[in-house]
Design a protein around this ligand. Structure first.
Ligand SMILES: Cc1ncc(COP(=O)(O)O)c(C=O)c1O
Length: 435
């Protein structure tokens, strides 16, 4: 076996000393990865502050003291300074963006007060944050515990890329609340492995469900029980749809409650601007670790930078600048609130249609209170048949998930059309059943 790079070894020694439980969670890649201290990027960073005469370090081109650029590109981006667009962003992301996002985290999650966590590291949106988690912590055969209603990409990120074993538990219990007993069992079943990665995604894709306060206490207790049983738990919150809470669910990320839960729990927050700020194509997200130990946070950041440097090198600079501009803008809150009201209006309209009795017992629906989606549970016909019928006969697109579930993204249907949409889905179900 190739011997460990001395920098990786140093990071590992820090983790072994400061947080041996976190060290035990690392994958082989997580153990081996490091960020080159004396490489091109750090020499160049040093030159940026000290090379007052000529800076001939990094692979960009300059002209007149500014990044070289084509006029035709700058003409369309003239609101921005070339230095905020064309230069490479640092692998960890623009420092001002990182602090602005950290400040936003505190504002949105008052219970983070007093919690020790690292500076958010910029990722190429949430998918990339999740794949960093997979790279750092998932080895072949490691368990990734997710509910049976989940975002399909987890399978590729953790299962296919890293060979982890996906362990599913039912999202809802019999009273159609979050099934924390099943989560607890799924976690405790990993005792033999001594390790589990648990992904918590609220508001949930595809159901649009976020648990309430008591359910969240049970989730946290289940993870605590697993840690007490000797299992090292990487507890990841996928907060993709954060903030879109329309009813009386919790309104904060579970990250705060997981952060200092137990020495054998490492809380990782994966979030970003994608859905929250309606900037899907910008690819700006964040990964944030919690630890009481600053040295542990620094080591995890170095390892994360190693993963970033070795995959995408750094995230796109223009979109980091755009998001930073938004976060710093005085109009940000008001404009976000406007969009929130539109989304909430749609969610409420869907619910009132479903509860109006006009659809009889054609379907059930899974409890939803947040996010972009809701899911119908079709009892008499298969979801795929209905999906095809809707598409072919009515030009309506939905997503079929498994045998029974039909996901409807109310996020992209104007409120005034929701009645027609659900009436047509109802018609399609009836027609398919009559075939
Ligand atoms: C639950 C969940 N997590 C993560 C993502 C990925 O987000 P991004 O586009 O920021 O990579 C999505 C997008 O559909 C999602 O639904």
């Amino acid at each position: 076996m190739k011997s460990m790079n001395p920098l990786a070894q140093q990071l590992n020694e820090t983790l072994q000393k400061e947080s041996p439980n976190v060290y035990a969670m690392l994958s082989n890649l997580g153990k081996a990865i490091y960020f080159p201290k004396e490489g091109i990027l750090s020499q160049s960073a040093e030159a940026k502050t000290k090379a007052t005469k000529f800076n001939a370090t990094i692979g960009i081109a300059t002209e007149g003291g500014k990044p070289m650029h084509l006029k035709l590109i700058q003409d369309t981006l003239s609101a921005y300074n070339p230095k905020d667009i064309y230069e490479y962003a640092p692998p960890a992301g623009k420092p001002e963006l990182r602090s602005a996002w950290r400040a936003k985290m505190f504002k949105d999650n008052p219970s983070l007060e007093g919690v020790s966590f690292g500076n958010p590291i910029v990722t190429n949106a949430l998918t990339h944050g999740l794949s960093i988690v997979a790279d750092l912590f998932a080895d072949e055969g490691d368990a990734v515990v997710i509910p049976n209603k989940n975002w399909e990409n987890y399978e590729l990120t953790f299962g296919i890329r890293r060979g982890a074993e996906i362990v599913e538990y039912p999202l809802y219990n019999e009273s159609m609340q979050f099934n924390s007993a099943a989560l607890r069992d799924a976690l405790l079943a990993q005792k033999g492995k001594g390790k589990a990665i648990v992904l918590l995604n609220f508001p949930n894709n595809p159901t649009g469900y976020t648990p309430g306060v008591r359910e969240c206490e049970e989730i946290v207790a289940a993870i605590h029980d697993a840690a007490e049983a000797g299992i090292h738990v990487v507890a990841v919150t996928d907060d993709a749809y954060f903030g879109l809470f329309f009813e009386d669910s919790v309104q904060e990320s579970l990250f705060s409650k997981l952060a200092a839960l137990h020495p054998r729990v490492l809380a990782v927050k994966v979030d970003g601007a994608t859905k929250e700020e309606y900037v899907w194509g910008f690819r700006v997200g964040f990964i944030t670790f919690a630890s009481e130990s600053q040295a542990t946070l620094a080591a995890l950041e170095q390892k994360t930078l190693g993963i970033i440097r070795s995959t995408i090198s750094s995230g796109p600079h223009p979109s980091q600048t755009f998001v930073l501009h938004a976060l710093q803008s005085p109009e940000f809150e008001a404009q976000k609130a406007e969009k929130f009201d539109i989304m909430k209006g749609r969610a409420n309209r869907v619910k009132s249609l479903l509860d109006s009795g006009r659809y009889g017992d054609t379907w059930e629906y899974y409890p939803f209170n947040s996010g972009y989606f809701m899911c119908l549970k079709l009892t008499t016909v298969t979801a795929e048949d209905v999906r095809q019928h809707l598409l072919n006969e009515y030009g309506i697109g939905t997503i079929a998930l498994g045998q029974t579930d039909l996901r409807v993204a109310f996020s992209c249907i104007e409120e005034e059309y929701l009645e027609e949409l659900f009436d047509t889905i109802h018609k399609a179900v009836t027609e398919v059943a009559a075939r």
